[in-house]
Design a protein around this ligand. Sequence first.
Ligand code: 5GP
Length: 178
Amino acid sequence: MNKRVKLWDRYFELFLSEEQIHERVKAIARELNKDYLGKRPIFVAVLNGSVHFASDITRFFHDKCELSFVKYTSYQGLQSTGKLQRLLGMQENIFGRHVILIEDIVDSGLTVAGICEELATFEPLSLRVATLLYKPKARIHPIKPDYVGFEIANDFVVGYGLDYNGLGRNLSEIYRSV
Ligand code: 5GP
């Protein structure tokens, strides 16, 4: 039987191991190293879920870059409320800059579509999205991430930054709800 964890009232089973995650993160970083060499991009990580992904991606990016954070919310427990609310904006000026938005997971696409819309008003030179996880079947908003770690089914997952009501972010692996 797969390794399991219990968070609050729910059980989750092992879905992606630490090795599988690191392999994909390194592969994405290799692409970013190629695509952004000499361009001094600014990585904009979406808190809280993308904290491990952003940290690993930027450590594997070997040229000059900047890292900033934004925070939005749309989720409560297992459900998206369908409304995006900004909790923390960014200070950096992204006009004329190459921006890479770092997300943990694209589900309906509401969050990434909304954040991209906001960032685009500051007129970056380019704006791309890197997400560790992508649920293409859940997508409602027209958003196609440029860099994807794993395409996954429409399951609720936790670990490697992703939480269930605040718990599970510290897990090194990714687990899915059973
Ligand atoms: P979207 O706006 O694309 O529907 O959802 C994006 C946000 O919802 C993510 O940044 C993440 O915080 C949360 N989310 C979506 N799916 C999951 C999931 O399977 N597990 C967890 N823990 N959060 C999710």
